[in-house]
Design a protein around this ligand. Structure first.
Ligand code: VAH
Length: 314
């Protein structure tokens, strides 16, 4: 059976639903530190689980006959700058706990998300290669870079089948992101419908790699279903779909909501965004496990507005 740690998060929420569609509700145990997403809690097996507690994770795996773990719990880039030691503690110790359970043979397969946050100001910004300079300047980026090193080490040294993707910014409408720098690209849709305007905390020309959630979920289930011998990168795969600026996403909203107004007031997250690349070369993922994205900016905006208009009874 599958255990999702951090199932109430932005990705975890939709990953849980998708994995239950594929594997059956009763074969997917969702877990989180609290029950903040009651729809998810009531939709299938759910346990309260502290990702920092090794024995709690181990007992949960034994009691529920778990052989696969998706570790989706983390403190993201903006939060990590406010609480560095908490971000290191959660992001790293949760990974060690899961890797050690896999090393011990209890767990057969692990998914662990990395991020474009592993790249820093010295990384080539356009079409960032799979293998390149990684000198992240955020706590979150450091945890993801070091986490990738540990994933590759546990695979090479102990044969652990851990697979990882460097997610770009992810846009979704079912669950809000928590404490990320790319969160502006989610907030903007909600504000467009609720207020007809949005003040962006990133400047108008901040070009970042982004992806609609359906594509991120597709990549996650695809890499995990691929035969082990196809997985040539055991640190973490570059993954790419679209890149856009706050101005461009605002234009895509205005095309459907002509009265929408955007303004810009960069805050501390501008420096984080400026340290990240603008576009990513993901040819290894496309070659090794047949990755391809489906959503561009126009159809992502169309889907986001349709779904959020329903949510807000617009
Ligand atoms: C963040 N959404 O903003 C996350 C992600 C690349 C961005 O890592 O921190």
């Amino acid at each position: 059976k599958i255990l999702i740690i951090g199932a109430c998060g932005q990705i975890g929420t939709e990953l849980t639903t998708k994995l239950r569609e594929i594997h059956g509700v009763d074969n997917v145990v969702a877990s989180d530190i609290n029950t903040r997403n009651l729809d998810l809690v009531n939709a299938g097996p759910f346990v309260i689980l502290d990702a920092k507690n090794f024995n709690a994770i181990k007992d949960c795996c034994i009691n529920n006959n778990i052989d696969t773990i998706y570790l989706m719990a983390a403190l993201l880039s903006a939060t990590g700058e406010k609480y560095p030691m908490e971000a290191w503690d959660l992001n790293m110790n949760s990974l060690f706990h899961v890797l050690n359970l896999a090393k011990g043979g209890q767990i057969k397969k692990v998914f662990w998300p990395s991020s474009i946050a592993v790249f820093g100001p010295t990384t080539p910004k356009e079409n960032t290669p799979q293998h390149t300079i990684c000198e992240p300047t955020t706590v979150y980026g450091i945890t993801k870079q070091v986490g990738e090193r540990w994933c590759e080490y546990y695979h090479n040294k102990y044969g652990v089948d851990v697979r990882s993707i460097r997610y770009p910014g992810i846009i979704s409408h079912k669950a809000m992101p928590g404490g990320g720098t790319t969160d502006y690209a989610v907030e903007i849709y909600h504000e467009a419908i609720k207020e007809g305007k949005y003040e962006s905390f990133l400047s108008k020309n901040t070009n970042l790699p982004m992806m609609f959630m359906d594509d991120a979920i597709k990549a996650t289930t695809t890499i995990m279903a691929a035969p082990s011998e196809k997985i040539n990168i055991r640190s973490s795969y570059n993954l790419s779909a679209i890149s856009f600026t706050p101005q461009e996403i605002a234009e895509s909203i205005k095309a459907e909501m002509p009265n929408f107004k955007i303004s810009y007031k960069p805050d501390f997250r501008q420096a984080i965004a400026d340290s990240w690349p603008s576009s990513i070369d993901d040819s290894e993922a496309r070659n090794d496990w047949n990755w391809s994205h489906d959503f561009n900016l126009r159809n992502m905006t169309s889907e986001m507005l349709i779904q959020l208009k329903k949510k807000y009874k617009y």
